[in-house]
Design a protein around this ligand. Sequence first.
Ligand code: ARG
Length: 408
Amino acid sequence: MTEKIVLAYSGGLDTSVLIKWLQEKYAAEVITVTVNVGQQENLKEIAEKANKLGVLKHYSIDATKEFAKNYVFPAIKANALYEGKYPISTSLSRPLIVYKMVEVAKKHNATGLAHGCTGKGNDQVRFDISFASLAPNLKIIAPIREWNMTREEEIAYALKKGISVSKAAKKYSIDQSIWGRSIECGILEDANQEPPEDAFEWTISPEKAKNVPEYVTIKFESGVPTSLNNEVMEPLQLITTLNTIAGQHGVGRIDHIEDRLIGIKSREIYECPAATVLLEAHKDLEKMVLTRHEIMFKQSVDTQWTFLVYAGLWNDPLREDLEAFINKSQEKVEGEVRMKLYKGSFQVVGRSSKLSLYDKNLVNYNIKTGFKQSYSKGFIELWGLQTKMANILRQKINKNLEAKTDLE
Ligand code: ARG
């Protein structure tokens, strides 16, 4: 039986070479799928390239709306920042890409699923586990992990097969979705070197940003943003609009050392303007409407959710278990947050909510609020009881030791 393989196709050199490789080495028919999650590529050109390389069929699937609503919005509810820094903009898109590939595979009775990830990154983990979870009967094919071709050998192979190779060697390896842009390779691999300006496309350098601050007001309902500056917006529109606004103020540049799943530490550069602003605003609003106990517990749930998604386990049942808690907590997360954007900085400067637990009368110095200050004395007594006892005991032991050494 002829193998029929569905390949995640970006239009780049690696996956173009893969088409030919699969046709030759696997004697397979290849179906390519490009899922648009906001990578701002020319989808028509990508389709033409695939067709020129003799694929059985090429699919170009616009999943931007679905991505915003069903993947990015849950990440906002979970305050998802991997290792406190990275809004998991690449990680989030992988399970959706696979979902779309599997739909195509079922339609064509495919025998295998293929991706072009290397053996050093996180994406291979995400693709493989999502493939295996959604289509356990299909073969997983990841040739780049095995073929051991150098860049030069790959280019030579491409030229031999009539694949166009762009003359200008690409300076960086880029991955984009509406939630952010990740920039890797080249000079960025020197962890001690400030990223050059040409690495950035979505954010202006903070030094060059306008000298006047801009305020944005974000309204949240059930934990997700529903309007921007009093204009009701669909998830996709809200995110892309905010990417532009915050980017113009140089907001959203991220530079950090990241722990990849496979153990390698990597220096990562991202620009995620909308994510940076929305996650900060959301977290701030939670502080106003959730109790301290909810917030403390939710932090650990959020961390676990974010790790699962980063680590390729979107399809593990634990994600939905955690979301049951997260979604319940988000029923109360509504209100407005005002943020100030200025030359790379982003700050919450105001928030309000019908469900606020913040009470100005309780916190101020007015003594006629009903808060019984005299009760605090007793509370502190009990709150610090064990701490006090532990210290009394320590002092007693120290004194006994001193008395013993004096005798010797
Ligand atoms: N380190 C990030 C992640 O694992 C970004 C990876 C970018 N991926 C890529 N294929 N260039 O999610």
